[in-house]
Design a protein around this ligand. Structure first.
Ligand SMILES: *Cc1c(COP(=O)(O)O)cnc(C)c1O
Length: 388
């Protein structure tokens, strides 16, 4: 096993010029000396040296054999689903990322791939829901936006015993905190748009497989379907990964401070953060991850959309936007943003109340972030007094 330092050190200095950062090979094709005689690259959809460097780094970071970089997290998810065929079933965590849910139901269902959903925080549910047709178990841990945690090693055992693959969407944790392949998963997936890129300036997806043969199949799909990551965005993700450990440490520390502050606040009802001992899956989170990440969600005692909307439009440092994992802190209101298309009853059953607010805690000083939240609470209290 290589340390992150060793992995980053393995990025070669450009042999032609000594350039210390990875060159962006902005080319579509590579000149051949004779038909089929080349320097390892022939056409840039199939392979590009900048992208290959990223694919190699992420494979090492996730302790897998093969990495593949895609134009978005959803393109990466799409490539994994293409391992399946008509008649196969996916068993997925019930509060799946909305885009994955849309892809499964609105694109793949009509090709005969069906999806069943379970609350995978209880391993028994997973065990009971596997059928002979289940080909792929799909979990996210932590989930969005209620930060539920599933036991990766236990679910991996079920997958192994049932002859299906386990794919873990590791976007919320990142390999700095959690390595699903070393816990027994077969495939790990990232929206590199979030923590790996880390600066809210790109859209990218990554897949890593534990096994070389499965990785070759993903690579085949990547080339055949063509949803590759560009050389420039590959460069940006590499640059993001160079500071990943440092950033994640700060995200975790500040998120913990914010979660503890929220827990004590009189206007707050519930706080969702796996780093709080009150979190129902805190124990498993502690054993399978090195930290608890930078996303914190909470509900208000006044559980209305109006109260939440008042809050998310009153913060200053926390910008109102979808997405997470960047330098700048973000705030969002899932009920009216990311989870708007889910029927209210189903949404609430998943814990996404009308007043649920999600924070992506960025890299500003934690004290400043708490001050910002404090003034937002004061503002909505003022407004509530005025309208009362
Ligand atoms: C954002 C996200 C995705 C989708 O990634 P894109 O890069 O937006 O296509 C998938 N899974 C999770 C958990 C995400 O947060």
């Amino acid at each position: 096993m290589s340390t992150t330092t060793q992995i980053l050190q393995s990025i070669p200095v450009d042999p032609l010029t000594g350039a210390i950062s990875v060159p962006i090979y902005q080319t579509s094709t590579f000149v051949q000396e004779a038909p089929g005689v080349n320097k390892g690259y022939d056409y840039a959809r199939t392979g590009n040296p900048t992208r290959a460097t990223l694919e190699n780094i992420i494979a090492q970071l996730e302790e897998g054999k093969v990495g593949a970089a895609f134009g978005s997290g959803l393109a990466a998810i799409d490539a994994v689903v293409k391992l399946l065929q008509s008649g196969d079933e996916i068993l997925a965590v019930d509060d799946l990322y909305g885009g994955a849910f849309r892809l499964f139901t609105q694109i793949y269902q009509k090709f005969g791939i069906t999806v069943n959903y379970v609350d995978s925080t209880n391993v028994e549910n997973v065990f009971n829901a596997v059928t002979p047709k289940t080909k792929l178990i799909w979990i996210e841990t932590p989930t969005n936006p209620t930060l539920k945690i599933s036991d990766i090693a236990a679910i991996a055992k079920i997958a192994r015993a049932s002859g299906c693959w386990l794919c873990v969407d590791n976007t919320f944790a990142s390999p700095a905190l959690q390595k699903p392949l070393s816990l027994g998963a077969d495939i790990v997936l990232h929206s590199a748009t979030k923590y790996l890129g880390g600066h809210s300036d790109l859209i990218a997806g990554l897949v890593v497989t534990k096994d070389k043969e499965l990785g070759e199949r993903i690579r085949f799909i990547q080339n055949a379907s063509g949803a590759i990551l560009s050389p420039f965005d590959s460069f940006l993700v590499i640059r993001g990964i160079e500071t990943l450990n440092l950033r994640i440490k700060q995200h975790c520390n500040s998120a913990q401070a914010v979660a503890e502050y929220l827990q004590e606040h009189p206007a707050v009802d519930k706080v969702f953060y796996p780093g709080l001992s009150s979190h129902p899956n805190h124990a498993i989170a502690k054993t399978q991850a090195k930290g608890f990440g930078g996303v914190v969600s909470f509900t208000l005692k006044t559980d209305t959309e109006e109260a939440a909307k008042g809050f998310v439009t009153s913060t200053g440092l926390f910008h109102l936007a979808e997405s997470l994992g960047g330098v700048k802190s973000l705030v969002s209101h899932p009920a009216s943003m990311t989870h708007k298309s889910i029927p209210a009853e189903k949404r609430k059953a998943a814990g996404v109340n009308d007043s649920l607010i999600r924070l992506s805690v960025g890299l500003e000083e934690a004290a400043d972030l708490i001050k910002d939240l404090e003034q937002a609470f004061a503002k909505i209290k003022q407004e509530q007094l005025q309208t009362a």
